[in-house]
Design a protein around this ligand. Structure first.
Ligand code: ZN
Length: 401
């Protein structure tokens, strides 16, 4: 029995949307799927039991952060993350490549994954510029630990070794995630490095864990095409598409349209670090099977709670309310009348607003439960629509056109 398998159960006839099933060592996952992010082996403010109750199928954990803290010797003592965090369903781990960007050019350029032109990225305003804390060379990425200043040199081999110790079900290759502000020459040079690292990661793998390659190339068509062909030619179990994804959502759609037709049909495709209502529809339509994003929990903590179109959610209000607004002071209704989550069944907007204003810790848990439930149930609704041949009807209902 292979440790990893992907089968396509249904292909939409009018677009690239498809239904599938991934088999891992820790169970099966229905695709399209959304992976809540458990950066430090925890989805922020939530427990592994919460994630089970929310029917999360798979979580994404972070190689760089877990390597720094608690460190490999702790995870090793538990023979991996599953036992350590008491989560027996599948886990995917990133490679640390994204931190080369978020702690490198991301700081120097003061930008997010899709440049800050994008409102979803701009919670709390534009990122302040600062000095880089990550440095990329052909051999690997140099980081300085924020805890003790210790120098860490992350090579493709070390990234795989860490992910093998974490014992995730799906690993990602080490790559360099470039900045939307990197020019063509830098992106081209970076891409040849990323491709070399992809081969090194394959060679370094000594376990039966699945390994996904990553397509890079910024917002440059020829580089994205070159990367799609190269990564597709290697024996990966699945393929991820990494950022930078350009300076606008249109750029992101272009990147998907250049990339996906060149990828092998029989392998799952993961769009790294993206998660907004319209992104799910637009990316699934273009052939994406998997997503991960910190947005549901990050936005919850910032006071933004998601709402369905039947509760007034639109593209204009980004399908969310700002619970801090004074209008909710005496509002005895739940965040969403149609929501089945624990928070909506038990608490009013007025109470949640009070907890938020009073900075009560329980606010984080209740708000995160609702937002994660919203994302997971939206993806479930999309899966159902693909199955029933009503994907475009559902898309029109949500995006209102
Ligand atoms: Zn709810």
């Amino acid at each position: 029995m292979p440790a990893f398998d992907f089968k396509i159960e249904k292909q939409n006839e009018e677009c690239l949307a498809r239904l599938g099933e991934i088999k891992t060592r820790h169970g099966k996952i229905k695709t399209p799927v959304f992976l809540p992010v458990a950066t430090n082996a925890s989805v922020k403010a939530l427990t592994s039991e919460d994630m089970k109750s929310l029917n999360a199928e798979i979580l994404m954990a972070n190689t760089y952060h877990l390597f720094l803290r608690p460190g490999l010797e702790v995870i090793e003592a538990f023979r991996g993350l599953h036992k350590f965090m008491n989560w027996q369903k599948p886990i995917m781990t990133d490679s640390g490549g994204f931190q080369a960007f978020s702690l490198g050019f991301g700081i120097e350029h003061g930008v997010g994954k899709i440049s800050n032109i994008f409102p979803d990225e701009a919670v709390g305003g534009p990122k302040p510029k600062g000095e880089k804390q990550a440095f990329v060379s052909d051999k690997g990425i140099t980081f300085y630990s924020p805890y003790d200043g210790k120098k860490i040199f992350l090579t493709p081999e070390l990234s795989i070794k860490i992910q093998q110790t974490l014992n995730s079900d799906i690993m990602l290759v080490l790559d360099e995630c470039t900045s939307p502000l990197n020019d063509y020459d830098y992106t081209k040079q970076s891409l040849s490095r990323t491709h070399k690292w992809a081969e090194q990661c394959l060679k370094a793998k000594e376990s039966d864990q699945a390994l996904f390659g990553i397509v890079q190339g910024g917002a440059y068509k020829d580089l994205r095409e070159e990367s799609s062909r190269f990564i597709s030619s290697l024996p990966f179990d699945g393929i991820a598409i990494g950022g930078s994804l350009g300076k606008s959502k249109r750029d992101m759609h272009n990147i998907l349209e250049w990339t996906i037709p060149l990828l092998p049909e029989e392998k799952p495709r993961h769009l790294l670090g993206i998660g907004a209502v319209e992104d799910f529809f637009n990316s699934i339509e273009r052939g994406i099977d998997m997503f991960d994003c910190v947005s549901p929990t990050r936005l919850a903590r910032a006071g933004f709670l998601f709402i369905h179109p039947s509760d007034g959610g639109t593209m204009k209000n980004k399908f969310r309310i700002d619970i801090g607004k004074s209008g909710y002071k005496k509002d005895d209704s739940p965040i969403s009348e149609s929501c089945e989550c624990y928070t909506c069944k038990n608490y009013s907007k007025a109470y949640l607003r009070h907890l938020y204003m009073a900075k009560e810790l329980s606010y984080h848990r209740l708000a995160s439960i609702h937002n994660v439930h919203f994302f997971l149930s939206l993806i479930e609704e999309i899966r159902k629509a693909i199955k029933e041949d009503s994907f475009f009807e559902l898309k029109a209902k949500w995006l209102n056109f």
